[in-house]
Write a protein that binds this ligand. Structure first.
Ligand code: GLU
Length: 310
C-alpha cells in the first residue's frame, strides 16, 4: 500500500478544483475552492478547474456556467481551459478497457435488490459492501449491467496532510466498486482518477466528504500505474444540526454582490483569522490579505465544522 508524503515540497505543485454541476456554488464548495487555491498559491503552484459533469443525469442545466461565472466574479484565476469530463469519455473507456484486459475489472449482473439481499455489512460510505457475487463470472444467462474493479483484502490509503492516516481494508470496507454503472455512465471514481493523472495533479485539496473515496482512488491509481497525488481533506461546513451544506439542506447560492463577506467568512472557516473590516474591502485586497497571511498549519484538522451565524 502507499502512504504518501505528509507535506508538499515547494515547486512542482499542481492543484485543482473539481465541482460537479448539480447546483449553484454554495458556501461549502467556496471553502474547498479557497483552500485548494490558496494552498496552490502558497506553493507557487498552478491551479486548474475541472467541471465534473460526467454524471449526466445529475447535471443541472446552466449550473456549470453559473459555477464558472461565480468563480470568476470572486476573482479566482485558473490555469488554462476548464477540462469538461463530458468531453473525456474516450479516456475513461480506454482506462476501463485496460482494466478489463488485465482481469482487474469484471462485469456484474447484480441488481440493487440482489446486492441488498446478499450483502453482509455496510460499506464505510454508508452504502453496502459488494458481496462479490459476480467476481468469479456472470451467473449463466445474465448479462453484465455494470463494471466493477476488483479490490484486495489489504489496507490501502494515505497520510492525509490534515487528517492523518486514511486507511481502509478495501474488500471489507468498500468491496469491489463500480467503474461503469448499469445506466452506462462512468463512475466518479474512475473519471476523477483518470483526470487527476491526465492533468498531472500533484495535490488534491478538497472537502472531507470525499475522504472515504480516497483509498479507492489510490488503489485505482495503482491498478492504472499512475502517480498518487498528496491529499489534504478540508473540514466540511455543516449547519447547526450537523448536516453538510448542500442543495438538499437548502444551502443558499453564493451572491457575488455579498462576495467580500462570503470570502472572508470562508477564510475564517479555514482558521485564517481575517480582520472583520476586511469584509468591506474589494476582492483584490481580500485575496492579497489571504495570500500574505495563509497558514496551512491553522487549518482545522477536523472532518466537519459547524457554521456559526448566517
Ligand atoms: N466533483 C466532486 C464533487 O463536487 C469533487 C471531486 C474531487 O474533488 O475529487 O463532490
Amino acid at each position: 500500500m502507499s502512504l504518501t508524503a505528509p507535506d508538499s515540497p515547494p515547486g512542482n505543485y499542481r492543484g485543482r478544483f473539481a465541482p460537479s454541476p448539480t447546483g449553484p456554488l454554495h458556501f461549502g464548495s467556496l471553502v474547498a475552492a479557497v483552500g485548494s487555491y490558496l494552498d496552490a498559491r502558497a506553493h507557487g503552484g498552478e491551479w486548474l478547474v475541472r467541471m465534473e459533469d460526467v454524471d449526466a443525469p445529475r447535471n443541472v442545466p446552466g449550473a456549470a456556467e453559473g459555477i464558472l461565472a461565480t468563480l470568476e466574479a470572486f476573482g479566482f484565476e485558473w490555469q488554462g481551459e476548464v477540462l469538461w469530463q463530458s468531453q473525456r469519455l474516450e479516456a475513461y473507456q480506454a482506462a476501463l478497457a485496460e482494466l478489463k484486459s488485465r482481469g482487474l475489472a469484471y462485469g456484474c449482473a447484480c441488481s440493487r435488490k440482489e446486492i441488498a439481499e446478499a450483502a453482509s455489512h455496510p460499506a464505510v460510505d454508508g452504502g453496502l459492501a459488494y458481496p462479490g457475487t459476480c467476481r468469479a463470472g456472470l451467473p449463466p444467462g445474465r448479462p453484465a449491467r455494470a463494471w466493477r474493479l476488483r479490490v484486495p483484502d489489504e489496507d490501502w490509503g494515505c497520510e492525509d496532510r490534515l487528517q492523518g492516516a486514511v486507511i481502509q481494508r478495501l474488500e471489507r470496507d468498500v468491496g469491489d466498486f463500480v467503474l461503469r454503472r448499469a445506466d452506462g455512465q462512468f463512475a466518479y471514481q474512475l473519471a476523477v482518477v483518470v483526470d487527476d493523472a491526465f492533468q498531472e495533479i500533484t495535490d488534491v485539496v478538497r472537502g472531507a466528504d470525499l475522504i472515504d473515496s480516497t483509498p479507492r482512488q489510490i488503489w485505482l491509481q495503482h491498478c492504472l500505474g499512475v502517480a498518487t497525488p498528496r491529499y489534504a481533506h478540508l473540514p466540511v461546513a455543516t449547519n447547526a444540526a450537523g448536516e453538510k451544506l448542500s442543495k438538499q439542506t437548502r444551502a443558499p447560492a453564493l451572491d457575488p454582490a455579498r462576495g467580500g463577506t462570503e470570502l472572508v467568512r470562508a477564510l475564517a472557516f479555514l482558521g485564517q483569522q481575517p480582520p472583520a473590516e476586511l469584509a468591506r474591502a474589494g476582492f483584490p485586497e481580500i485575496w492579497q490579505w489571504a495570500r500574505a497571511h495563509w497558514r496551512f498549519e491553522a487549518l482545522p484538522r477536523q472532518r466537519a465544522v459547524a457554521l456559526s451565524g448566517g
